[in-house]
Design a binder for this molecule. Sequence first.
Ligand code: DX5
Ligand code: ZN
Length: 217
Amino acid sequence: MIKIAPSILSADFSNLIRDIGKVEEAGVDLLHIDVMDGHFVPNITIGPLVMHSIRNKTKLPFDVHLMIENPDRYIEDFVKAGADIITVHAEACTHLHRTIQNIKSFGIKAAVSLNPATPLNVLEFILDDLDMVLLMSVNPGFGGQKFIPIVLDKIKALRHMLAERGLNTDIQVDGGINLENIKDIVNAGANVLVAGSAIFNSKDIAATVAAFRQITQ
Ligand code: DX5
Ligand code: ZN
């Protein structure tokens, strides 16, 4: 089953609850929350305080994408703020195994993200512990960038790697996803699709989500 996860990075922050309501009503599966610290990536976005304030305004699961250095320091804060899935970047974790166990110790789902140029083999000894792998299809930091086509090969290779181990782990793809490329991304083997600008910048959010669904059925 294909899951759609709108990234609130492209929502209108002065009308955040209204925009979250729109995607929830449109029937999306997850709310993708991009946390940036100005160190791991050049941009600064939101933290646990804002996340906590929106937690009781929606029933959507919180899919929290940490683009921060030293994520271990903040995992408990994000759990308390209502995270259902926490994704950390392999590039930001010196002790990735420990970090994944730390996330899982709170009874929530754990995922690892790889930047476009990071090879899949960093997953070799952690893959069995993961609920999801996030393959970045842009260099993280900003919404509205262009999808990097070579990532399609990476998605296929990861799906193959998982199948070889008998795993059916979620593959999430994030960055530059739109109605034109979504079919190729799903055909390559991804099943969780993050979209920020394509959803929140569209004139009719419900119609765009419906089109995403229709194309990926
Ligand atoms: C990029 C973020 C993405 C981003 C996606 O660093 O992780 O989630 O908001 O936005 P679009 O869909 O506009 O590329
Ligand atoms: Zn993201």
